[in-house]
Each structure stands twice: as structure tokens, then as C-alpha cells.
Design a protein around this ligand. Structure first.
Ligand code: NAP
Ligand code: MG
Length: 485
């Protein structure tokens, strides 16, 4: 039996509230689709506002005891979750492919990455370190401690259904917070499988509650109105993030926001072009381009633009598109039909504005939400494609003449999540990294994610950081105690 069948038979594809697996209070259901076939693969309960109240009840009941649990016990739960998740990497990868579509090798890499958050935060759980100093006036001691913030609401997107969940769950557990996770309604099964792993790892009932729901707006709004919810950790689009920040403002709920990106990938004339193409293939094509840190704008020095585009075109032509589980496939379907329509429209608009289509540009007729790897060159700096998050396998190339122009083009966006720089001159790489308005920069590499590194953006890409020691503090409040002895 597959993991999917076992979890379904055990009744784990349901709302997870207070340690129980339950139906929705009003009987509503949501269908989960396989993007490779466009067929429904499961029907699961869709949470209501009443279920949201029950989930917050469970999290609030569990909070005090969990916050008081010893850090080393919480670390052991996390470490055990790491072992269990790694042990099931193959099967979990299959589940991700089923509901999200990405190529199997990438799904497996996601599971390993997702599990690493458990291992990293198993260490961080025991490193909640405060400080003590003498006040400048010498009249008292300043003692600062960090306490768990309280019931936290976690809202995640569909593009990395395992990693976006564990990147929030792991630091919340390490900090001693209880939580309600609302996964994306396109990919709820992986989140439920992660909840099952944490149950097996010994996480007390009610600490993690999972609420799949197609009524995301109402359900999240209801929880943000609840007195007991103190913190929101959101990953998703800038548009929804802005709406949730407004909702948080009503009760001054703490918010951390991992929002959209529009990453520039700058290639200088002194770069190793094969290395740059290899890095670009990862930064652009990973997850079919459906990544917030995906390279969105290829900004290439004019002296090497033709050679770079030629090599990139060759590499993109070798991509094998098909169902994620099929051997040799490196590009799966996109998440849904809307995503394919967006790619078709964006390509047309880009070409209409005067750019040249070098490769792809179309969606095949067959079943599945596919869109071919697409390379577009001679893109003018004011082409509309450069000002939006593509979130698909389209690579637009724009050229520059000077370092100043490269920086100006790179910073010409309201978003500032990731950026990539390829150059043979490391000093230049560092200089550009400092000048670029982004939360993260890769120098001569296309893959930057690491649980030990602070992940997050500037400008409209977000607030706060996930991963690293900083990620723990998204779930902690600082308390100052004034004392004299
Ligand atoms: P999305 O539409 O913003 O959805 C994200 C989550 O918010 C989902 O769980 C969604 O539920 C929920 N949601 C939607 N509308 C809501 C509302 N009115 N109130 C409360 N919750 C609501 O984003 P997406 O389409 O899933 O993901 C793509 C976006 O996420 C991209 O912009 C990408 O850049 C961003 N992203 C950012 C990061 C990062 O770390 N910065 C990482 C990954 C993705 P439903 O599924 O039910 O709509
Ligand atoms: Mg959406």
C-alpha cells in the first residue's frame, strides 16, 4: 500500500484538531487534483469558521503545558520528526508529486530540505538565550528573556507543500508555541502527512492543528479576530499578505510575511558562462519556475548576451516535460489551469511588446497543466513581463552595458526577495550584493535555500526571516525584567 492509501485508510486525510482526525462541522468537502491528469484524487473535509474556533480552542488548551515543556524534550520531538520524515522521503515525495505535480527528484529534494528544518530547530530549541547587563546609570540590572509568543497561525502556499510547512512548524515547536496550520487548498495532503509524522514523533495533542479549507478568507479572518491568536506566519502572494497585515492590525497581531519575489539574475561579461547557465537552470527552472526565489529577470551583459542565450536555449531544450513520476522527467505540470493561462498571456504580451521568442511559448494539447520551457530575448527594460512575478518556466533576457545599469535594472522592482550574480570577480560579486535591494543574494550559485540561513525579503517581499536562529525569534517575545541586587 502506498503512503497515500495508508493515510486515507487510517482516516488521516481529515481536519486535525486537538489530536483527533475529524470531519468538518458542516460536512463541507474539498477535492484535491493531480495536475498531471487534471483528475480528482481525493475528497477531504473543508474547515468552517466553527472548525477554526475548535482548532484555536485546542491550541489554546495545549499552549501552557507545551510552553513549560523542557527545551530538550521539545528538541527530541523535533529530532525524532527529522528521522521519521527522512525515513519516509521516497513516499512523501510521491505524495507531493501527486497533489502538486513537480518532478519526483525535486519532490524528494524538497522532503529532505523540509526535514532539515526539524533537525536545525532541534538544536535551536535549546538555544533560546537571553542577556543580562548593568544599566548605564548603574542603578539596576537589565535582564532580557525570550518567551513563546503564544498561539500562532501558520498559512502556507502550494509550491513547496512540505518545506513551507516545516519551516514554520519547526521553529514554533522549538520556541514552545502551539499552532493552527492552514495549508493551501491545492495541496493539503502533504501537510496532513507532516502532522501524522509529528504525532508519531510525540508532539502532544493540540500543539499542531491542521485545517485544510477552501474557505481560506473567512477561516483565517475568524482566527485573526480571536483574542487568543497572537502571531501570524504567512507565506504566499504579496496581495494576500497585504490583506492579512490589515487584518492583523485590528488586534495588533505579530506578523511575519514571506511574500512574492521578482528575482534578478545578473550575468557579467567576466562570468564563467557554463557555470552561469547551470546556475540559471536551477534558479529559473526549479519547480517549473514556481518558486518565490525563482529567477524572474535575466539581466545579461550585452557582450555575452548572444552566447549566454544560445547556451541557455540548449539547456532548456533538453528539459523533459511530463508527469512528475515518470523516469527522466525534469519538468512537471504547473499547479492548475489558471497558471497555464497566465503563461500563455504573459508570453503573448511580452512578444507583442517587441521581444523575440527563442524557444517554447506554448501549452501542449494533451491532458495536464503543462507549459513548455520558454526563452525570450531582446526584452526591452520597460517590457511588462519584467514587472511581475512570472511563477512559471518563462525566461526573459534583458541586456545591460555598465555595472550601474545592471544595478538600476536589478533594483527596478517593488519586490526584493532573492537575487543572483554571476561574475569571475568576487569583489564585484560582493559589491553588487551590497547594492542590490534583496533579502538574499547568490553569488555564482542558483540554489540558496538552507535551513541554517536567514530566508526573507525586503520591500514588498515581506517582513521577518525564516530559518536560522532568526527564525526562532518570529515565535518569541522579548521580556525585560528590571532588577537590582
Ligand atoms: P496565495 O494565493 O497568496 O495563497 C497563500 C495561502 O494563503 C494559501 O494557503 C491560501 O489558501 C491562503 N489565502 C488565499 N487567500 C486568502 C485570504 N483572502 N485570506 C487568508 N488566506 C488566504 O499564494 P499561492 O498562490 O498559494 O502561492 C504563490 C505565492 O506565494 C507567490 O507569490 C510566491 O512568490 C509566494 N511564495 C513566497 C515564498 C517566500 O518565502 N517568500 C515562498 C513560497 C511562495 P488557498 O490555497 O485556499 O487559496
Ligand atoms: Mg492562490
Amino acid at each position: 500500500m502506498s503512503l497515500f492509501e495508508r493515510l486515507q485508510q487510517a482516516g488521516n486525510f481529515k481536519l486535525h484538531i486537538g489530536g483527533e482526525w475529524r470531519d468538518s462541522s458542516d460536512g463541507a468537502a474539498l477535492a484535491v487534483f493531480d495536475p498531471a491528469t487534471e483528475q480528482s484524487v481525493a475528497e477531504i473535509p473543508s474547515a468552517s469558521v466553527e472548525d477554526a474556533r475548535l482548532a484555536v480552542d485546542a491550541a489554546a488548551d495545549a499552549f501552557t503545558d507545551f510552553a513549560a515543556m523542557s527545551p530538550v524534550s521539545r528538541a527530541e520531538i523535533l529530532r525524532s520528526a527529522y528521522e521519521l520524515m527522512t525515513g519516509k522521503a521516497d513516499e512523501l515525495a510521491g505524495l507531493i508529486v501527486l497533489e502538486m505535480g513537480k518532478a519526483y527528484a525535486e519532490a524528494r529534494a524538497e522532503v529532505v530540505y523540509a526535514a532539515e528544518f526539524f533537525r536545525w530547530y532541534a538544536g535551536e530549541a535549546t538555544r533560546n538565550i537571553g542577556y543580562l547587563n548593568t544599566a548605564p546609570a548603574g542603578d539596576k540590572r537589565i535582564l532580557a528573556i525570550h518567551q513563546p509568543i503564544g498561539v500562532s497561525l501558520l498559512v502556507t502556499p502550494w509550491n513547496f507543500p512540505a518545506a513551507m510547512a516545516t519551516r514554520k512548524i519547526a521553529p514554533a515547536i522549538a520556541a514552545g508555541c502551539s499552532m493552527v496550520l492552514k495549508p493551501a487548498s491545492d495541496t493539503p495532503l502533504t501537510a496532513l502527512a507532516v502532522a501524522k509524522i509529528l504525532e508519531k514523533a510525540g508532539l502532544p495533542p493540540g500543539v499542531l492543528n491542521v485545517l485544510p479549507s477552501r474557505r481560506s478568507g473567512e477561516v483565517v479572518n475568524a482566527m485573526l479576530s480571536d483574542q487568543r491568536v497572537r502571531n501570524l506566519s504567512f507565506t504566499g502572494s504579496t496581495e494576500v499578505g497585504q490583506l492579512l497585515l490589515e487584518q492583523c492590525s485590528r488586534r495588533v497581531v505579530r506578523a511575519s510575511m514571506e511574500l512574492g519575489g521578482n528575482a534578478p539574475l545578473v550575468v557579467f561579461e567576466d562570468a564563467d558562462l557554463d557555470e552561469a547557465v547551470a546556475g540559471c537552470m536551477i534558479a529559473k527552472m526549479r519547480n517549473g519556475g514556481q518558486s518565490c526565489i525563482g529567477a524572474n529577470r535575466l539581466i545579461v551583459h550585452e557582450a555575452i548576451a548572444t552566447e549566454f542565450s544560445g547556451k541557455l536555449c540548449d539547456a532548456m531544450s533538453e528539459v523533459k516535460m511530463g508527469p512528475g513520476m515518470e523516469a527522466g522527467v525534469t519538468l512537471g505540470p504547473l499547479i492548475n489551469e489558471q497558471a497555464v493561462r497566465d503563461m500563455v498571456r504573459m508570453t503573448e504580451e511580452c512578444i507583442d511588446a517587441g521581444a523575440s521568442l527563442e524557444l517554447g511559448g506554448s501549452a501542449p494539447e494533451s491532458a495536464g497543466y503543462y507549459f513548455a520551457p520558454t526563452l525570450i530575448t531582446a526584452v526591452a527594460p520597460d517590457n511588462p513581463i519584467l514587472s511581475r512575478e512570472i511563477f512559471g518556466p518563462i525566461a526573459p533576457v534583458v541586456t545591460f552595458e555598465s555595472e550601474e545599469e545592471a544595478i538600476r535594472l536589478a533594483n527596478n522592482s517593488e519586490l526584493g526577495l532573492a537575487a543572483y550574480v554571476f561574475t569571475g570577480d568576487f569583489a564585484r560579486g560582493l559589491r553588487i550584493s551590497e547594492a542590490i535591494e534583496a533579502g538574499m543574494v547568490g553569488i555564482n550559485r542558483g540554489l540558496i535555500s538552507d535551513p541554517a540561513a536567514p530566508f526573507g525579503g525586503v520591500k514588498e517581499s515581506g517582513l521577518g526571516r525564516e530559518g536560522s536562529h532568526e527564525g526562532l525569534h518570529e515565535f518569541l517575545e522579548t521580556k525585560y525584567i528590571s532588577a537590582d541586587w
